[in-house]
Ligand binder design. Sequence first.
Ligand SMILES: Nc1ncnc2c1ncn2[C@@H]1O[C@H](COP(=O)(O)OP(=O)(O)OP(=O)(O)O)[C@@H](O)[C@H]1O
Length: 120
Amino acid sequence: MIDLRKMFRSFKFAFQGIYFLVKNENNARVHLLASFLVVAAGFYYGISAFEWLIILLFVSSVWASEAFNSAIEKLCDEVDRTQNRQIGMVKDMAAAGVLFFALGALVAAAIIFLPKILSI
Ligand SMILES: Nc1ncnc2c1ncn2[C@@H]1O[C@H](COP(=O)(O)OP(=O)(O)OP(=O)(O)O)[C@@H](O)[C@H]1O
């Protein structure tokens, strides 16, 4: 049996997580600006349903990877705040996860929008 109250409570915590991300993480604010710009460009250029699908997949993937990366960073800082090579590596690998999606998003946005921008 699904406990709806528990489910809505989990949503509340997840939205709290989004609030923490945007409030505390500079990179999340960069993602917010980029997401806004790309969605605005999508409406401006009237992109197709398939192009929207690609954009939405990348936007949500970048946000999800940033959320995991920030959570890992916070956890690392709780575990050990002294200089620790392993902690440094964990943080760098988590950051690489965001970079993979961000670079993919950049290339996808260029493939979708550059021809439209250049044809004007
Ligand atoms: N405890 C540590 N030991 C070794 N290296 C660390 C440690 N903490 C951070 N680093 C190194 O410094 C880099 C930046 O870490 P930091 O936690 O400041 O990340 P940030 O992305 O700048 O975080 P914030 O969002 O808090 O500004 C890490 O990727 C890692 O290479």
